[in-house]
Design a protein around this ligand. Structure first.
Ligand code: ZN
Length: 160
């Protein structure tokens, strides 16, 4: 069966950055997505269109087709007293309200006595993503999966 819209695809993959560092991997057949529903980044989804079970491919995804370019305007200095009591250290992450009321994750990059610098770029923004992918299985999506726009697990663990 060929990968196209409205198919559920099972993948094994390894994701590395340009330095060869492993960012993420799934090699036990547990990763599934619904093709054509923007469940995965566009650069990878496009490369998988037309593939079939057993196919292996290497895909290099530019930031524009991945998590976007880094945007320096998403780095902000915030008064220390806007944060909870206790230690704040670089690398910590917080949920914050974005300008349009959307919830975003911000990462602390610098801390001084009276201010905290936070970066709301996606951690993988600006990173070239290199995928080694093996297509494990392709099946038609169920009517319910299509309605929801995502895959439901074999045990129906998805709660509604
Ligand atoms: Zn659902």
């Amino acid at each position: 069966m060929t990968i196209e819209n409205e198919k559920v695809v099972t993948l094994n993959y390894k994701l590395t950055d340009d330095k060869g560092e492993v960012i993420d991997q799934s090699e036990d057949g547990s990763f599934q997505y619904l093709h054509g529903a923007q469940n995965i980044i566009p650069g990878l989804e496009n490369a998988l269109t037309g593939k079939t079970a057993g196919d292996e491919l290497s895909v290099s995804v530019e930031p524009a087709e991945g998590y976007g370019e880094r945007d320096d305007s998403r780095i902000a200095s915030v008064p220390r007293d806007r944060f909870p009591e206790g230690e704040i250290a670089p690398g910590m992450q917080f949920h914050a309200q974005g300008p349009e009321g959307d919830l975003t994750v911000v990462t602390v990059t610098e801390v001084t006595d009276d201010s905290v610098t936070v970066d709301s770029n996606h951690p993988l923004a600006g990173v070239q993503l290199n995928f080694e992918v093996k297509v494990v299985d392709v099946r038609p999506a169920t009517a319910e999966e299509l309605e929801h726009g995502h895959v439901h697990g074999p045990d129906d663990e998805h709660q509604h």
